[in-house]
Design a protein around this ligand. Structure first.
Ligand code: FAD
Length: 301
């Protein structure tokens, strides 16, 4: 079953649950990742996505995590794939490698250009946009004789950018192009205002975009993590959350405030019809599982 099938069926019965992991960059991080994955698996996630090339991670490291998820667990991995800083042949090699491993679910992204580059251009034969990467993944799979219904490619969507007057139409056009290219679902960047997600979905439906749009949520349990996330994504932190985290007496109180804020957001978007929750875990299990428990989506609250 691909993620397209899972989202097609599961959200009619219950919200899907999924997690994002990133490849560990140190032996210590590697050692703590797998116990965390074991814990996350207790929530029976519908799929687990693994980032690629983000914040300096490498293709080899991403592949290693995806391979171990396939061979050592029952989890369904979604391999992120980017096209910045790679020739078409290099991207094709990576797709082939993932297909060889048995990966059938991808998240097609452009990736972030190197910092400081304002006028990024792809390599002469490179891939410029995520929508083109969607087509390319599907073409490579088809070229290997893999039936179209056995591969599913997701894409990114951006509720906060959609909420800006200048960004709205562009965000819709880009998402429509991704669907047109064959994308089967979208996962969103983090956001903190439920209305941003709900407006994106409403506008997308009005524009004929029918793919499931799964919201990305993140329990921010320390001010440091919150500031880092804002820096990485460019999504502004809500002042209320910052003051709750800053004003908490100790680490435990910060943790509770962060999980509660994520729960409030998640509750509102689930009530608004979100098909599931994609939880950004930072490779840690506790806050993600406590968030799900507080929503009745895993174990006891
Ligand atoms: P695109 O859709 O290609 O958009 C890039 C830019 O081009 C946008 O400004 C868009 O408006 C514009 N554009 C797109 N199509 C057209 C067109 N036809 N004509 C004109 N302009 C166009 N980054 C990583 O490096 N690794 C990861 O693993 C990773 N995972 C992510 C997961 C999620 C859920 C999200 C939301 C983001 C992730 N990112 C990751 C970050 C992502 O790569 C960046 O946000 C990137 O800047 C945009 O990616 P995109 O796939 O939306 O690109």
């Amino acid at each position: 079953m691909t993620v397209r099938d899972i989202l097609g069926e599961a959200h009619l019965q219950r919200p899907t649950v999924s997690f994002e992991l990133f490849p560990p960059r140190t032996p210590e991080a590697e050692a703590s990742l797998w116990p965390a994955v074991e814990q996350l698996a207790t929530a029976s996630p519908d799929f687990v996505s693994v980032t690629y090339g983000a914040s300096g991670s490498t293709r080899t490291a991403s592949r290693a995590v995806v391979r171990r998820l396939i061979t050592g667990t029952k989890l369904v991995p979604v391999a992120h794939l980017t096209c910045v800083e790679a020739s078409r042949a290099e991207v094709t090699d990576v797709i082939d490698e993932f297909l060889d491993e048995g990966v059938r679910d991808f998240l097609a992204l452009r990736g972030d250009p190197p910092s400081g580059v304002t006028d990024w251009q792809p390599q002469p034969d490179g891939i410029r946009y995520a929508s083109q990467l969607v087509s390319h993944i599907l073409d490579v799979a088809a070229g290997r004789g893999i039936p179209a219904d056995q591969v599913s490619v997701g894409v990114a969507a951006f509720p906060a950018a959609h909420a800006t007057p200048d960004g709205r139409q562009q965000a819709l056009d880009v998402l429509a192009a991704k669907q047109e290219a064959g994308a089967a679902f979208a996962l969103t960047q983090v956001f903190f205002d439920p209305e941003q997600y709900l407006a994106l979905v409403d506008d997308a439906r009005d524009a004929g975009i029918t793919i499931p749009i799964v919201p990305g949520v993140i329990p921010l349990t320390t001010p440091r993590r919150a500031y880092r996330l804002a820096e990485l994504t460019g999504v502004a932190l809500p002042p209320g959350l910052v003051s709750r985290l800053e004003g908490a007496d100790d680490g435990t109180a910060q943790y509770r405030a962060g999980v509660a804020a994520a729960r409030d957001l998640a509750q509102e978007i689930l009530e608004g019809g979100a098909p599931g929750l994609h939880v950004y875990t930072f490779n840690k299990h506790a806050a993600a599982l406590d968030l799900l428990a507080s929503l009745g989506l895993h174990g006891e609250s």
